[in-house]
Design a protein around this ligand. Structure first.
Ligand code: ZN
Length: 243
């Protein structure tokens, strides 16, 4: 009898093809539980479908900035034009009930013995990006669990806090209870680290091991849907280059 194996998903961004591929991979890896770090919607052409798939899993979800933007009728001035176009389009695809579901999601959640957040633990509603040790250190000050998973940057990086904070790329992490870990699982729907494969992480609680997974998927189908929907061409192009 082995313990729970968690799949940690983030930044699905309405990419149904990437999500299907990742769900298949997770099942093959004997995942028993799912957690979603937010940004289920925005950018790609299947926000409603992706949201319903995640709701069907019944897993804990935290709110991302796109989940928030797409669930209110806030003015989009000051937004990057690409993001504003996608947010406007996505709002029109979601029902009032779906928007309320997204708006009501918590910003931070404790799941089993770890924490889930979209952006940072120090100011989760300010949507700051964590790329460097100094930025991770601010979150560590608020981290009560050994492990916290985060998303938002679409770049899978892991930070460790022992006597000081260090960080960088990772494939596998062995968790020591003497340290703390702030771990980005990358993005399923729009990777930005130059690798166009969908990214997620598996956390085996019993073996205290985190593994990053990269999963190829049929991205030409996703690009086709973006073009058909009239979403910005740049959103289709970036999927292929992973930026
Ligand atoms: Zn995102």
């Amino acid at each position: 009898m082995s313990g729970p194996i968690y799949a940690i998903f983030s930044d699905i961004h309405g990419n149904a093809e990437a999500l299907s591929a990742v769900l298949k991979d997770a099942a093959e890896q004997r995942v028993t539980q799912y957690v979603c770090l937010g940004d289920v919607v925005g950018y790609n052409a299947n926000p409603s479908e992706c949201l319903e798939q995640m709701r069907a899993l019944g897993c804990p979800i935290v709110r991302g900035n796109h989940d928030q933007y797409c669930s209110f009728d806030d003015d989009l001035t000051g937004f990057h034009p690409l993001a504003a176009d996608a947010v406007g389009w996505t709002r029109r695809q979601l029902s009032a009930e779906q928007q309320k579901f997204l708006a009501d999601l918590p910003l931070v959640r404790r799941v089993a013995n770890f924490t889930a957040v979209h952006s940072t633990l120090d100011m989760p509603d300010m949507w700051g990006y964590v790329f460097e040790s100094l930025e991770a250190e601010a979150s560590f000050n608020y981290q009560m669990t050994t492990v916290c998973f985060y998303g938002h940057t679409h770049v899978p990086l892991a930070f460790e806090k022992a006597s000081e904070v260090t960080g960088g790329l990772y494939n596998r992490l062995k968790i020591s209870l003497e340290k703390k870990y702030f771990v980005n699982v990358g993005s399923i729907g729009q990777p930005r680290d130059g690798d166009n494969r969908a990214s997620y992480a598996i956390y085996d609680l019993e073996n205290k091991e985190i593994q990053l997974r990269r999963v190829p998927y049929e991205l030409t189908a996703t690009q086709e849907k973006i073009r058909k929907a009239g979403l910005p061409e740049r959103l289709a192009v970036r999927l292929a280059i992973g930026r």
